[in-house]
Design a protein around this ligand. Structure first.
Ligand code: NAD
Length: 343
């Protein structure tokens, strides 16, 4: 079979030559953002970095997990032992890390991106991790206090964006992520080509931290709506109505939402969603609890009460404590509401 192949986890990805020729359009890549340093090669980041390679960027990578790096070095993609080392050969840095503490460590820790006395090589920084807006604003301030090691004619000042994503692992793999972007608008405009190599929809949300704020609001609404439809389906079963009947009604009525018409939590209603495979794959309850935790901490930071969000957080904490932390978050239907599979 012709083309290029690489491994992601246990899967082998393949691109035919036709796609390769279309994908490697490096002539279209602005030279000032040709070299990309990517940090965080997990479920999401590994696919995002691969998509940048396929789009023709010169990608180097770093992860604390050696086996995640080996999959890249085996394919001839340069790997670096620290964020600082990676930054020495990069114009642009992208981070895709689990949470705020990891992001702060990669920026400010020992051998971190800012570990060279406030003098940096890359001019554009994009953090796509889901973190709280306060963390995004802190690293933005940290970056803006730094100076470029070498003057670059095309850059007047360092730029940083918070650009968390929606779409999950399948969209990361397909390059169809949605990016919610916070930071200076000129930085957003400069970063567009690189973001579009990993996603298909970009939404500019305003100043630093606003992308992160948008992401945690989105995920809080998603958690509440998933729990809402799960509760209603389980009540329906207890009142003698089949979940398939209720789904048909919801999907053409006022209760219609993504959790009912696209990601239905009741096993046996929809194919290809986590509920159809014992809630494996998808967006874990652990990550949902993390995002709700961020939303609640941010709400309390501005003195705003979120009763539904805080109840959702309690439910997801219970699910995690009860052994469902690695199950998709739609498992609340079965494991919190004790809903039944559709026959
Ligand atoms: P993951 O845990 O699979 O990957 C994180 C990677 O970061 C790992 O390879 C880990 O080794 C690496 N890492 C951790 N600390 C590091 C450090 N100090 N230096 C270098 N590398 C380090 O996580 P993921 O599922 O890829 O998610 C990444 C981010 O994207 C999270 O913030 C998550 O909330 C968000 N997100 C995930 C999904 C999803 O469906 N998985 C969807 C949208 C957003």
């Amino acid at each position: 079979m012709g083309g290029v192949a690489w491994r992601v986890g246990s899967k082998v990805q393949r691109w035919g030559w036709e796609n390769c020729l279309r994908g490697f359009s490096s002539a279209a890549i602005p030279s000032q953002m040709e070299s990309v340093g990517f940090i965080g090669l997990g479920n999401m980041g590994a696919h995002m970095a691969r998509n940048l390679v396929m789009a023709g960027y010169k990608v180097s990578v770093h992860d604390i997990n050696e086996s995640a790096m080996k999959k890249f070095s085996d394919d001839g993609i340069p790997t670096k032992q620290s964020p600082l080392e990676l930054s020495k050969s990069s114009d642009v840095i992208i981070t895709m890390l689990p949470s705020s503490a990891h992001v702060l460590d990669v920026y400010n820790g020992r051998n971190g991106l800012l570990g060279d006395g406030g003098r940096v090589g890359p001019w554009l920084y994009i953090d796509s991790s889901t973190v709280d807006p306060q963390t995004s604003r802190k690293i933005s301030m940290d970056i803006l206090r730094c100076n470029l090691k070498e003057k670059k004619g095309y850059v007047k000042k360092l730029m940083i964006l918070d650009a968390p994503v929606s779409g999950g692992v399948p969209a990361a793999e397909a390059g169809t992520l949605t990016f919610m972007v916070g930071g200076l608008e000129e930085a957003y405009l400069a970063a567009k080509p690189i973001l579009l190599a990993m996603g298909k929809k970009l939404i500019y949300c305003g100043g630093a931290g606003n992308g992160s704020a948008a992401k945690i609001c989105n995920n809080m609404a998603m958690a509440i709506s998933m729990l809402g439809v799960s509760e209603a389906f389980a009540l329906g079963q207890n009142l003698g109505i089949k979940a398939s009947t209720l789904s048909n009604i919801f999907n053409c009525s006022s209760a219609r939402c993504w959790s009912s018409d696209t990601y239905n939590p009741v096993p046996g209603i929809m194919a290809g969603v986590p509920s159809s495979r014992n809630y494996d794959g998808g967006f874990t309850s652990k990550l949902m609890a993390k995002d709700l935790d961020l939303a609640m901490a941010s709400a309390s930071g501005v003195g705003f009460k979120c009763p539904m969000g805080s109840e959702a957080l309690e439910i997801y904490r219970k699910l995690c404590d009860g052994g469902c932390e690695f199950k998709d978050f739609s498992c609340a239907f079965r494991h919190y509401y004790t809903g039944r599979d559709e026959e």
